[in-house]
Design a protein around this ligand. Structure first.
Ligand code: AP5
Ligand code: ZN
Length: 217
């Protein structure tokens, strides 16, 4: 399946993507994780992306679209993928459509995670991620690691993301409403959107998501 995951910052996209990708045997492609890995490796792309990310703004399309396409062209994504954090505005969505059309394939579903803003703020405030791999995500009270400050998956150090400050989160929410939400209407016009509530336990949300995706299959 080819799926786009959409939802506000802190909705649980990365958390759900890890389980859904495993269940569906498709790679989880997160542009946020790709940028963070570039930042860790101190690449030019990472340096550029960090300035935008720390301010809560979108990284320019010229950079983002090329990076996402390169990742989608890897052999493991030939038969499907779960996109998390991309596309994030209408021009990225149009560019994705063109790329898929050129390959003679289509999206199967756009899974829209709905969470009230108050909950999103709590989820982000307690989030801790792994220094070695930013797709290893924990929460101080909702899903704490077995040993405080240490990643259960790989033993890496857990830390709070630089863009998880109150001020940047406010900006990211504003950017989500003005630039990203319009892609939901864009995809709704193509009959692709399934909206689910992302409230409740992580495994309950995964179950809800799998059922919604099966209805689209
Ligand atoms: P990105 O990394 O994509 O961040 P985001 O969209 O703001 O989303 P988050 O990672 O904050 O949240 P999430 O929904 O994945 O939640 P999570 O699963 O971690 O992007 C960061 C930046 O990169 C952007 O601001 C931009 O600058 C740049 N960027 C990325 N893509 C771009 C693009 N396409 N174009 C331009 N720029 C781009 O969960 C949050 C917390 O809640 C965790 O602690 C988790 O443990 C907890 N949690 C999850 N589910 C539950 C649950 N059911 N109950 C209780 N707690 C839960
Ligand atoms: Zn880890």
């Amino acid at each position: 399946m080819r799926i786009v995951l959409v939802g506000p910052p802190g909705a649980g996209k990365g958390t759900q993507a890890a389980f859904l990708a495993k269940n569906l045997s498709i790679p989880h492609i997160s542009t946020g994780d790709l940028f963070r890995s570039n930042i860790n490796q101190k690449t030019e792309l990472g340096k550029l992306a960090k300035s935008y990310m720390d301010a809560g703004n979108l990284v320019p399309d010229e950079v983002t679209i090329g990076m996402a396409r390169d990742r989608m062209e890897q052999p493991d994504a030939a038969n499907g993928f779960l996109l998390d954090g991309f596309p994030r505005n209408v021009s990225q969505a149009e560019s994705l459509d063109q790329a898929l059309k050129a390959d003679g394939v289509e999206l199967d579903a756009v899974l829209d995670l709905e969470v009230p803003e108050g909950e999103v703020v709590k989820r982000i405030a307690g989030r801790r991620i792994c220094r070695k791999d930013s797709s290893h995500v924990f929460h101080e009270s909702y899903s704490p690691p077995k040993k405080k400050g240490v990643c259960d998956v790989c033993g890496g150090e857990l830390y709070q993301r630089d863009d998880d400050t109150e001020e940047t989160v406010r900006k990211r929410l504003e950017v989500y409403h003005t630039q990203t939400e319009p892609i939901i209407d864009y995809y709704r016009a193509q009959g692709l959107v399934v909206t689910i509530s992302a409230l409740g336990k992580v495994d309950e949300v995964t179950k809800r998501a799998m059922e919604a995706l099966q209805r689209k299959d």
